[in-house]
Write a protein that binds this ligand. Structure first.
Ligand SMILES: Nc1nc2c(c(=O)[nH]1)N=C([C@H](O)[C@H](O)COP(=O)(O)OP(=O)(O)OP(=O)(O)O)CN2
Length: 374
């Protein structure tokens, strides 16, 4: 068993890489902006459950996964995608990458292949090959949380540049165009009018506008118009937010760590064996029922405060000196953070540790759950 896994945890390895390509989508109607020749800086991500012994050395899984992804997408870089794919929609590109990774690049256990064509939109294929389209929207608004304890900073009127991601399931069954991103724009437009440049507390149903309440408020209003809606994600700040899927609330808090590591199991001549470092992105995911008075699951501020001693033990530190950390790969680090974190925050059920954007490990307590879309 991988040392990062306990009897009850699951480790998902993640790797990402970009490519620059031109494309046109002939299947779109005449006049559509994406029908003509245009270009994107694409970003591809693969997440896989990898068996022990797959990578050249234990702890080398992310590096190896990234190497294979880069080789897989290399033929697309600086090309016209239509030379490879008749209809190079984000979904079709993701399917093409997945098929090659599973075939000639020998990647087992793929749970997700994602293509992001702009900062605002993308498509993820899940383990079963179903497509999930997502699109990001922004609104500027003020709010105040009326039930927080006296002195809590969020009890004061303040504001955020909120972001909302709408996620929709779509199985194309061989058709070329997914839920058109334009359709999501149409569905979102009235909500932008309602929320942007407003004080959220004054909007009906948002008297206590936590991220969780905003996500379920949006769900209730969007779902009847968009039956494919699968998740609503609300970013309150750049580092925290909530997800709602119609039944469950999940929140996350993101931190960055600047730390030194060594991969102790790498071959002697590998640079990964020596002291090196990363600015890690650490994302703590928690799930809990909604506190009906506070309107939240767990206070983001409490997450930060309770986790702070663990954070201080790993930020700006030589992680290879931590006695009970078996190795410096992201899977070992995420498993260590999950174990320590659950002792102080029992609602913590998943830890993502990325060494670079999109490349790292996700360790979940218990069986690998449905992939959460952040
Ligand atoms: N579970 C929730 N907790 C909190 C919510 C919420 O909606 N759901 N909201 C707030 C506040 O509105 C606050 O603005 C955001 O919280 P916090 O993460 O503490 O604020 P910062 O992003 O400014 O934190 P830093 O990491 O210090 O930058 C509080 N809790």
């Amino acid at each position: 068993m991988n040392p990062a896994q306990t009897d009850r945890s699951t480790t998902l390895y993640s790797a990402s890489s970009g490519f620059e390509s031109a494309c046109r989508i002939p299947a779109l109607p005449a006049g559509h902006r994406s029908r003509g020749l245009h270009g994107h800086s694409y970003f591809a991500t693969v997440r896989a459950l990898l068996p022990a012994g797959w990578a050249p050395f234990p702890g080398g899984e992310v590096e190896e996964l990234r190497r294979r992804l880069e080789a897989c997408i290399a033929p697309l870089d600086y090309t016209l995608l239509n030379d490879t794919l008749e209809q190079p929609t984000d979904e079709n590109i993701a399917r093409w990458i997945r098929q090659r990774l599973e075939g000639e690049f020998g990647v087992p256990g793929i749970q997700q292949v994602g293509i992001q064509s702009t900062a605002q939109e993308g498509v993820d294929l899940d383990a079963a090959g179903l497509a999930h389209v997502w699109r990001r929207y922004r609104f500027q608004a003020a709010h105040q949380l009326p039930h927080v304890p006296p002195g809590h900073k969020c009890g004061r009127m303040h504001g955020h540049g909120f972001e909302v991601i709408i996620h929709a399931n779509q199985d194309l069954g061989g058709r070329d165009i997914s839920i058109d991103y334009d359709h999501l724009d149409e569905v979102w437009a009235p909500f932008h009018m309602l929320l942007n440049y407003q004080c959220l507390n004054r909007i009906e149903g948002l008297a206590n506008p936590t991220s969780e309440v905003i996500s379920s408020w949006l769900w209730a209003r969007l779902k009847p118009q968009l039956p494919e809606l699968s998740w609503i994600t609300v970013y309150e700040t750049g580092s925290c937010g909530a997800n709602y899927d119609g039944r469950h609330y999940r929140i996350w808090k993101e931190l960055t760590l600047d730390s030194a590591i060594q991969l102790k199991r790498a071959p002697a001549d590998s640079p990964l064996r020596g002291i090196h470092g990363h600015t890690y992105t650490l994302r703590l995911h928690l799930s809990a029922p909604l506190d009906e008075v506070q309107g939240w699951t767990v206070d983001f501020g409490d997450v930060k405060t309770l986790f702070d001693p663990i954070f201080k033990a790993i930020d700006h530190r030589p992680l290879y000196e931590i006695a009970d950390l078996p190795d410096g790969d992201t899977a070992s680090l995420a498993a260590w953070v999950l174990a320590k974190g659950r002792a102080v925050l029992p609602q913590l059920d998943r830890v993502d540790m990325y060494e670079t954007r999109g490349s790292g490990s996700i360790v979940s307590a218990g069986l690998n759950d449905q992939l959460i879309p952040v």
